[in-house]
Design a protein around this ligand. Structure first.
Ligand code: ASP
Length: 605
C-alpha cells in the first residue's frame, strides 16, 4: 500500500497501485505522489535510468490510476520529507502500467482549499478520496466496531429488525412505502426499532442491540439527516443505573478507539436541576452553572434591587458568569441581550438584565462582596443578572420558560467570548474535553401549543415514577387542559449529554398492559384508536412481559464529535442536503406513470 514503505524497506522490489495525487515534471525527472487510503509514496521516473518509462510517465495526469513496479530507494538527505511517514524513501520505477485515465476533475482530492459543498456532494466519490474524509470514514468504522465488540462482551446480541414496517411513534412524520400487492396500504420506515426491541424482550432475548438506520421525515435543521444511524439497545430487568453502566461501557470503548480515555461513571443531574441551574435539559458543563443570588443579597438592598429592576416575586435572580471574558466596554455591555438565540427567545422583553457590575457595586455595597464569594467570581470574569420582569403586560412567562431564556443567554455569551474563556477548545485532557452528563426524571408529558394537547415527552412506552401514578389516574382525562397536573408527572426517562449536545435518550418501559392502556387514555386515545394502532403490542404485553428498558444514541453525532467535524455530513458517506436531496444519485425523483399505476397511486399536479 502507498502509506507503508519505510527506510527498512530500502532495496526491496515492490508494486504500488493507486491514484496520481500530484505530478511534478522537472524535465529529466518526473515525480508522482502515488496515493491510496493508507497514504502517499513518492515515485520517480528518471529519464537517464529508463527513457521509455519516463516518456510513458509524461502522459500521467491527476487521478490516473497506475501500477508502479520498482525498487525502494533511500532518499538523499536533502530530499527527505519529514511531513509524511514514507518521507525517507521513494520508489524508482522500472515498470509502469496505466490502469485507467481520468478526465480533468471538478476539484482535486489533493486540493487544500475545499470545493463548495454542493460540488462535494454531487461528486461525492471524489470528495471521499480526500484525506479528511478517508480519516472520518475510517474513524466511523473503528468506533462502530469498538461499540459492537464492547456490547457483545457485555452479553448483548445484535439482532436485525425490519425496515418495512408500520408507524412507530417517535414524534416525527413517517416515510411511507406503498404496497403493490395491497393497493392503498403502506409500510412505514421505522423512526426507530422501538416496538421491535420491546417485543424482543418479550421474546426472551434479554439483551439486544443494533447499529441501525432510522428514518424521520422532519423539517431539516442544520444538524439533522432524514436517515441517520442509532446505537439502539434494550435489556430486561434493568435499573436505570444498569442501562447507564452499559452505555458508559461502550462509550469508553468508542472513545478509546479514537484515542481518548474517558472517565466513568458520568455525573448525574435531574431534569429540574438542569433547568434551574443551566436553563437547558442538555447542560454544557464546560462553563459555570447559573446561580440564584437572592439569598446572598442584603435584605434591604434586595428590596431596592427588586424595585429598580422590576423583579417578579418568587422568581430567581440568575447570575450568569462567563470566566475570563475580561473588561468589556459600556457599549458592548449594553448590547448584551441582543444576541442570537436569547434575543429570539426573549420576544417581548420579559427578562430584565443587570449588566454593569461596577455600578452594582456602587449601588449595592453590602451585597457585592457576598455575591462575589457566593458565585465564585474571579476578577476577570464577566457576570450579570437576569431577572423575570414583573410588569403586568409582560409577566406572562412561567418559571420554566424564564430559566430557558436565561440558559439561552448563558450559551450566547459563552459563544461570544469563546476566544477568551477557551472552554470550548480541546486541551488534550479528556476530562476537560468531553463533559458527559446523565439527565434523568424528565417530565412524562409536554404541552403542544399548536395542537393544544399533551404529548409524550419521550414516547408513550415510557414508565412513570411509581409515586406519580396517583396523579396520572386523577388526571387521566385532561389531555386538552394546559393547566393539567399531567405536566408534573415524572418519567423514568434519561438522556446522555456531551458538551451541551444530546447524544441519546432512553427510558425504563411500561411492561404492564393495564398501565400502558392508561397512558394511551391520558394521551387522549380512545380504546379503539389504541387497538387500531398498537393492538398487537397491547396483546403482546399480556403474555408475560418482563420489566425492560433501554436507550438509543446517535452514532453519526458521536463520530462527528470524535472527528472534530462541524457537520454530520462530514461523517456520513452519502448524506442528504438540507432539502433532503441526494445530490449524487439525484434522489428523490419522479417515477414512471406505469410504476405509479401498479401501485394504484395518482400524483396531484
Ligand atoms: N426509541 C427511542 C428513540 O429513538 C430511544 C429509546 O427510548 O430507546 O429516541
Amino acid at each position: 500500500m502507498c502509506g507503508v514503505l519505510r527506510l527498512s524497506d530500502a532495496g526491496k522490489k515492490v508494486v504500488l497501485m493507486g491514484w496520481v495525487n500530484r505530478r511534478r515534471d522537472l524535465g529529466q525527472i518526473i515525480f508522482v505522489d502515488l496515493r491510496d487510503r493508507t497514504g502517499v509514496t513518492q515515485v520517480v521516473f528518471n529519464h537517464e535510468l529508463n527513457a521509455g518509462i519516463h516518456q510513458k510517465a509524461e502522459a500521467l495526469r491527476n487521478e490516473f490510476v497506475i501500477a508502479a513496479i520498482g525498487t525502494v530507494k533511500r532518499r538523499d538527505a536533502d530530499t527527505i520529507n519529514p511531513n509524511i511517514p514514507t518521507g525517507e524513501v521513494e520508489l524508482v520505477v522500472e515498470e509502469l502500467r496505466i490502469l485507467n485515465v481520468s478526465k480533468p476533475l471538478p476539484f482535486l482530492p489533493s486540493d487544500t482549499a475545499l470545493a463548495n459543498e454542493e460540488m462535494r456532494l454531487k461528486y461525492r466519490y471524489i470528495d471521499l478520496r480526500r484525506d479528511a474524509m478517508q480519516f472520518n470514514i475510517e474513524l466511523r468504522h473503528k468506533v462502530a466496531l469498538a461499540i459492537r465488540d464492547n456490547l457483545a462482551s457485555q452479553g448483548f446480541f445484535e439482532i436485525e429488525t425490519p425496515f418495512m414496517t408500520r408507524s412507530t411513534p417517535e414524534g416525527a412524520r413517517d416515510y411511507l412505502v406503498p404496497s403493490r400487492v395491497q393497493p392503498g396500504s403502506f409500510y412505514a420506515l421505522p423512526q426507530s426499532p422501538q416496538l421491535f426491541k420491546q417485543i424482543l424482550m418479550i421474546s426472551g432475548f434479554d439483551k439486544y442491540f443494533q447499529i441501525v438506520r432510522c428514518f424521520r421525515d422532519e423539517d431539516l435543521r442544520a444538524d439533522r439527516q432524514p436517515e441517520f444511524t442509532q446505537i439502539d439497545l434494550e435489556m430486561s430487568y434493568p435499573q436505570t443505573e444498569s442501562v447507564w453502566a452499559v452505555v458508559e461501557g461502550f462509550l469508553t470503548a468508542a472513545f478509546k478507539a479514537a484515542g481518548h480515555e474517558i472517565k466513568t461513571p458520568f455525573p448525574r443531574m435531574s431534569y429540574d436541576e438542569a433547568i434551574r441551574r443551566y436553563g437547558s435539559d442538555k447542560p454544557d458543563m464546560r462553563l459555570p452553572a447559573m446561580v440564584d443570588v437572592r439569598e446572598a443579597m442584603a435584605p434591604e438592598e434586595r428590596k431596592r434591587f427588586n424595585t429598580a429592576f422590576r423583579v417578579r416575586g418568587g422568581f430567581p435572580i440568575q447570575l450568569i458568569r462567563i470566566p475570563a471574558a475580561g473588561d468589556i466596554s459600556g457599549t458592548e455591555r449594553r448590547t448584551i441581550g441582543t444576541y442570537g438565540a436569547y434575543a429570539y427567545a426573549q420576544g417581548g422583553s420579559v427578562v430584565n438584565l443587570m449588566t454593569d457590575p461596577k455600578r452594582f457595586a456602587r449601588d449595592y455595597p453590602a451585597s457585592t462582596d457576598r455575591i462575589l464569594t457566593f458565585a465564585n467570581i474571579a476578577p476577570d470574569d464577566l457576570w450579570l443578572f437576569a431577572c423575570a420582569d414583573n410588569t403586568p403586560a409582560t409577566a406572562v412567562q412561567d418559571y420554566h420558560s424564564f430559566c430557558l431564556r436565561c440558559g439561552f443567554l448563558r450559551l450566547d455569551l459563552a459563544q461570544k467570548y469563546a476566544g477568551k474563556h477557551k472552554a470550548f477548545e480541546k486541551t488534550g485532557n479528556p476530562e476537560n474535553d468531553f463533559r458527559f452528563l446523565w439527565v434523568s426524571d424528565f417530565p412524562m408529558f409536554e404541552w403542544d401549543n399548536t395542537d393544544k394537547r399533551w404529548n409524550p415527552a419521550h414516547h408513550p412506552f415510557t414508565s412513570l415514577h411509581e409515586e406519580d401514578m396517583v396523579k396520572l389516574e386523577a388526571n387521566i382525562d385532561s389531555v386538552h387542559d394546559p393547566k393539567s397536573p399531567l405536566g408534573e408527572i415524572r418519567a423514568l426517562a434519561y438522556d446522555v449529554v456531551l458538551n451541551g449536545t444530546e447524544l441519546g435518550s432512553g427510558s425504563i418501559r411500561i411492561h404492564r398492559q393495564d398501565i400502558q392502556r392508561k397512558i394511551f387514555q391520558a394521551l387522549g386515545m380512545t380504546e379503539e384508536e389504541a387497538r387500531a394502532r398498537f393492538g398487537f403490542f397491547l396483546e403482546a404485553l399480556e403474555y408475560g412481559t418482563p420489566p425492560h428498558g433501554g436507550i438509543a444514541l446517535g452514532l453519526d453525532r458521536i463520530v462527528m464529535i470524535l472527528a472534530g467535524a462541524d457537520s454530520l455530513r462530514e461523517v456520513i458517506p452519502f448524506p442528504k442536503t438540507a432539502a433532503a436531496k441526494d445530490l449524487m444519485m439525484e434522489a428523490p425523483t419522479p417515477v414512471a406513470e406505469g410504476q405509479l399505476r401498479e401501485l394504484g397511486i395518482q400524483v396531484k399536479k
